[in-house]
Design a protein around this ligand. Structure first.
Ligand SMILES: CC(=O)N[C@H]1[C@@H](OP(=O)(O)OP(=O)(O)OC[C@H]2O[C@@H](n3ccc(=O)[nH]c3=O)[C@H](O)[C@@H]2O)O[C@H](CO)[C@@H](O)[C@@H]1O
Ligand SMILES: C=C(OP(=O)(O)O)C(=O)O
Length: 431
């Protein structure tokens, strides 16, 4: 299949309402965790994106029945499964293939996992997954693939060496099946980790401390089936806040999941973008000051990412492009990934005033008028950030490898065009 290209005519104001898709990073561990029960599971609000489609292929390959019964509704029945060797080609397409480790280990006693893929945004360690599953009783062998074996999983007092999102998810799923109580300490608590935990509770698991950095899991649980609705994607909401701001457009983001937006709203407020809550909708008015808020004493402010509940790493690229349209100077500090900021060279070529200090820090001085350019999306979020830049730039831009954007955002060109954007989605042409 030819890669996808977006051709974007910039400079148009947007307006209207848009509902975020279900959270990609919830849907992935929840689809994987559906393998834990022999009973049918119905998942609603599943984003129909490349990553979920690939994971569905992977769970079918181990024997689960999985049918899309509506555009965003997925029915899964893992009545009997076997942890056959997983297809390396499918595993390398997504980071989330690593999420099969916990459920397959728990259900089948072993799993042979080829290396996972995912965004190339810096080294992505798997050590925390191994550490956590070993403490729950797994024997792990690493060759050109990871092999996990456990005749029996046993509850333990597990302290993660860092609050890794997917390692927490693997350990949580394994702990639900383990014999006895597990304490999962220094756990990640992102909205998607909470969503997975709530899904497991809906299946019959007993989990205390959801949303905190210590979860207590009472295993083994007798699991049934469930119908479960995936929560809205807070990263997509943040991307839409940035989009509204850079195009100076009024947007209503409906069913936005406002309880998870505090650190995100605080981050954008530092850039002079203030949103309003109405019920579960988030309103981004068009009359923003777009004035970066200095620290006390007029000092240069900083926006940094950290594990939840702080400002999320997956919104750093969006925050950077948004800051190019704001008045003032700010330091952006990406603490978690070491290759995520390199895409700023494209923003610089478009006219942005950015100094990349080192792989983790960039200083942005705004506002600058951006002009259209040709660029290639290196990862989901930088790709979305480039789309924001293209939509607010003067002239036409081309974004190659837009497939990367579509790994994470469902029908984004169609949905943004409905708000007034001018994005054409075509097969990529060489030269
Ligand atoms: C499928 C999925 O859910 N992917 C998400 C998941 O990836 P993933 O689970 O792979 O990311 P991890 O949480 O393991 O860690 C991400 C990176 O941050 C570093 N790190 C992590 C914790 C910490 O306290 N300090 C630190 O430096 C890690 O070493 C690693 O390099 O979480 C990331 C961090 O939110 C997101 O970018 C990804 O979108
Ligand atoms: C980094 C991301 O995804 P993944 O972990 O699937 O590569 C992301 O969602 O921004």
């Amino acid at each position: 299949m030819a890669p996808i290209q977006y051709i974007v005519e910039g400079g148009h104001r947007l307006s209207g309402s848009i509902e975020p898709s279900g959270n990609k990073n919830s849907a992935l561990p929840i689809i994987a965790a559906a393998l834990l029960t022999e009973h049918p599971v119905t998942l609603e609000n599943v984003p129909r994106i490349r990553d979920t489609e690939t994971l569905v292929e992977l769970i079918r390959s181990v024997g689960a029945a999985a049918e899309w019964t509506a555009r965003n509704t997925l029915h899964i029945h893992a009545k009997s499964i076997s942890a056959a060797d997983l297809d390396p080609e499918l595993c390398v397409r997504i980071r989330a293939s690593i999420l099969l480790a916990g459920p397959l280990l728990a259900r089948c006693g072993e799993v042979m996992l080829p290396p996972p893929g995912g965004d190339v945004i810096g080294r992505r360690r798997l050590d925390t997954h191994v550490l956590a599953l070993e403490q729950l009783g797994a024997k792990v062998t690493a060759t050109d693939r990871l092999e996990f074996r456990a005749a029996k999983l046993a509850g333990a007092d597990v302290f993660l060496d860092e609050p890794s999102v997917t390692a927490t998810e693997n350990a949580l799923v394994a702990a639900v099946a383990a014999d006895g109580i597990t304490y999962l300490r220094n756990a990640a608590s992102e909205p998607h980790v909470q969503d997975l935990a709530n899904f497991l509770v809906a299946l019959g698991a007993k989990i205390e401390g959801i949303g905190t950095n210590t979860m207590i899991i009472h295993g083994p649980a007798t699991l049934g089936g469930a119908t479960y609705r995936i929560q809205p994607d807070h990263i997509e909401v943040g991307s839409l806040i940035g989009l509204a701001a850079v195009t100076r457009s009024p947007l209503r983001i409906t069913r936005a999941g406002v309880e998870h937006l505090r650190s995100i709203r605080m981050g954008f407020e530092r850039l002079g973008i203030v949103c309003r809550v109405e019920g579960d909708d988030l309103i981004v008015p068009s009359n923003q000051t777009l004035k970066i808020q200095d620290d006390f004493g007029g000092h240069v402010p900083k926006l940094e990412d950290q594990p939840w509940p702080a400002f999320p790493a997956d919104l750093m690229s969006i925050a950077i492009v948004t800051a190019t349209q704001c008045e003032g100077v700010i330091l952006m500090f990406e603490k978690m990934f070491e290759s995520r900021m390199f895409f700023v060279d494209k923003l610089i070529a478009m006219g942005a005033r950015i100094v990349l200090c080192d792989p983790h820090r960039a200083i942005i001085a705004g506002p600058s008028r951006l002009h259209g350019a040709t660029m290639t999306s290196p990862d989901i979020r930088a790709g979305m950030a480039m789309l924001l830049a293209a939509v607010c730039a003067e002239g036409t831009s081309t974004i190659n490898n837009a497939d990367q954007i579509e790994r994470g955002y469902e029908r984004i060109e169609e949905r943004l065009n409905a708000l007034g954007a001018k994005i054409k989605r075509v097969p990529e042409r060489k030269g």
